[in-house]
Write a new protein. Structure first.
Length: 545
């Protein structure tokens, strides 16, 4: 057998500011032409393993490191980062942290210029990488104005242009719409088949299984719980922890107790006059554009009413984030108007709007700044002048909801991306806003964590409406009572999930890919009467008999 490209032996690492090791006695190897899927709960050590492989540990992240790593037969212990980066390329979970160039071509050129390659070769490699990923049309765009998904692709192009032998992908699908995720996975499979060694950290396990990873490495508590083929994974994994195909969940969940019925937005359900009340937020013929992209929003008419749990779906660059930034006053319409409680946002400050709407940004790096998790969560309530004793209660309850109790003293930026995302959600929950708006709330989250905190959020007594942007159709199926679908700056559909999501061909036209849970729900709709999570579908009378 050929020498492995990646060889890890007895790897243990503890961050300087943490009492417990993040990795414990990790040993494995990976070959050229192999796709190794690395899965596990948020915070289990996946990203730390990536940092060890690309040399950021111990050079940038300090702590106690033991064990040995060989890349292409060479120990990386004493190699400079510049040399390691020529062997291994990394695409981070959060593209905001990776992109430095102001324009796409400059970003892709950055690593090549650091290698002092000739100008002609740099230009050739830029064009090859952009064309390979199908984003050559972005070549001259400003990176600031790209969507999260477009930034993810540009970050990958910058890495591919370096032509590494080993590619480390840390949650590469987190910011991508379903069609882009499929295209990215197809490209990953193609690169592996061409001889690249790819290690992919991903929570969207069901999606990755479609491109047939050669092996799966399942982590738990900083250790390897399972390493082997996909069939063996099914035997050891808990379907509540790792998102599996709906048919697999259906088989297993039949033998477990039915999930409890949840009371959605209890304060609204208790109010019999909800339907008579004016909308909390109203968009009236809203148009908006940037200099380089004039039609980001086009004639949008849209309302958020008490009792709404709205999922906003659409392709990367469809205008979803721009829409919600209008709702919170960060952007003002070019024409038309946005009303909050009947008042034009042009006459309200962002701080005034924040008393009604809490907004969780797509990237936690746009929100987190405080020295500790507690300070991060207390900042909003203090600025809203909540009583001191109430602030402590709000912070602790928010931490419990997102499963971060006991992490109050941790620096937020020392946490994993998934944990940082939950801190950003908790920071908004602690403010007790009436309307909660979340941009990609489940990015970087394992299945159990996001189901647990979403279950808790929809039952909070103070919230009157929820809107979340997501590329996860299953999140919309399970939690939304309305789906708003955007395409090229227009609101093209708005209604009940079972009405908006029933036409699979139209969904594909809008770059949404039907999931196994959607198809199962459409089959079961005559019996269920509404969309349900797979665990609940398993307990329908027609299936239990």
């Amino acid at each position: 057998m050929a020498q492995p490209l990646v060889w890890v032996n007895d790897l243990t690492f503890r961050y300087r500011e943490r009492p417990e090791p993040a990795l414990r006695e990790i040993s494995f190897e990976a070959q050229a032409g192999e796709l190794l899927l690395i899965a596990g709960a948020s915070g289990c050590g996946k990203t730390t393993l990536i940092r060890c492989l690309n040399g950021l540990i111990p050079r940038s992240y300090k702590g106690e490191l033991q064990g040995e790593i060989l890349l292409d037969g060479k120990s990386i212990a004493n190699l400079p980062l510049a040399r390691i980066s020529q062997m291994v390329g990394t695409v981070l979970q959060d593209p905001e942290r990776q992109i430095l160039g102001t324009r796409v071509r400059n970003e892709v050129a950055f690593g090549l210029e650091n290698l002092a390659l000739p100008r002609e070769e740099i230009i050739q490699r830029i064009d090859e990488a952009l064309t390979y990923l199908g984003i050559h049309h972005l070549r001259d765009r400003e990176t600031f104005n790209l969507s999260g998904g477009e930034k993810q692709k540009v970050a990958l192009a910058g890495v591919l242009a370096m032509r590494p032998k080993i590619l480390l992908l840390d949650e590469p699908l987190a910011s991508l719409d379903p069609a882009s995720a499929q295209e990215t996975l197809r490209i990953v499979r193609q690169m592996v088949d061409e001889g690249l060694c790819v290690l992919m950290v991903e929570h969207r396990v069901e999606d990755v299984l479609k491109i047939h990873p050669d092996r799966v490495l399942l982590m738990e508590g900083g250790q390897i719980r399972y390493l082997g083929d996909v069939e063996g994974l099914y035997q050891v994994v808990n379907y509540r922890e790792i998102k599996l195909p709906a048919s697999e969940v259906l088989k297993r969940a039949r033998h477990d107790p039915a999930p409890p019925l949840l009371q959605v937005l209890p304060s609204v359900q208790a109010d019999t006059k909800t339907s008579e009340q004016a909308p909390l937020v109203r968009f009236e013929q809203v148009c908006f554009g940037y200099e380089t992209k004039p039609n980001v929003l086009q004639d949008v008419n849209f309302e958020i009413r008490r009792g709404d749990v709205i999922a906003v779906l659409g392709a990367n660059g469809a205008g979803k984030t721009t829409l919600v930034k209008h709702a919170i006053g960060l952007l003002k319409p070019t024409s038309g108007r946005v009303l909050i409680n009947g008042v034009d946002t042009r006459h309200l400050s962002v701080a005034e709007i924040a008393r009604t709407l809490g907004y969780v940004f797509q990237s936690p790096s746009h929100m987190l700044f405080a020295p500790t998790v507690y300070d991060e969560l207390a900042f909003g309530p203090r600025n809203l002048e909540h009583p001191k004793d109430q602030i402590e209660k709000e912070v602790m309850e928010a931490l419990e909801i997102v499963n971060l109790s006991g992490r109050e003293k941790d620096p937020p930026l020392s946490l994993s991306f998934g944990q940082q995302k939950r801190v950003s959600i908790a920071a908004v929950l602690a403010m007790r806003s009436r309307i909660l708006i979340m941009d990609e709330p489940t990015a970087g989250q394992d299945y159990q964590n996001y189901m647990d905190f979403m279950d808790a959020i929809i039952q909070l007594p103070n919230i009157e409406a929820i809107l979340f942007i997501t590329h996860d159709i299953d999140l919309a199926i399970i939690y939304a009572n309305r789906v708003a679908l955007m395409s090229e700056g227009r609101l093209v559909a708005d209604g009940k999930p079972q009405d908006v999501l029933k036409d699979l061909e139209r969904l594909r036209d809008w770059r949404l890919v039907p999931t196994s849970l959607l198809q199962l729900n459409l089959e079961m709709l005559p019996t269920s009467g509404k969309f349900l999570r797979a665990e609940a579908l398993a307990h329908l009378p027609s299936l239990k008999s």
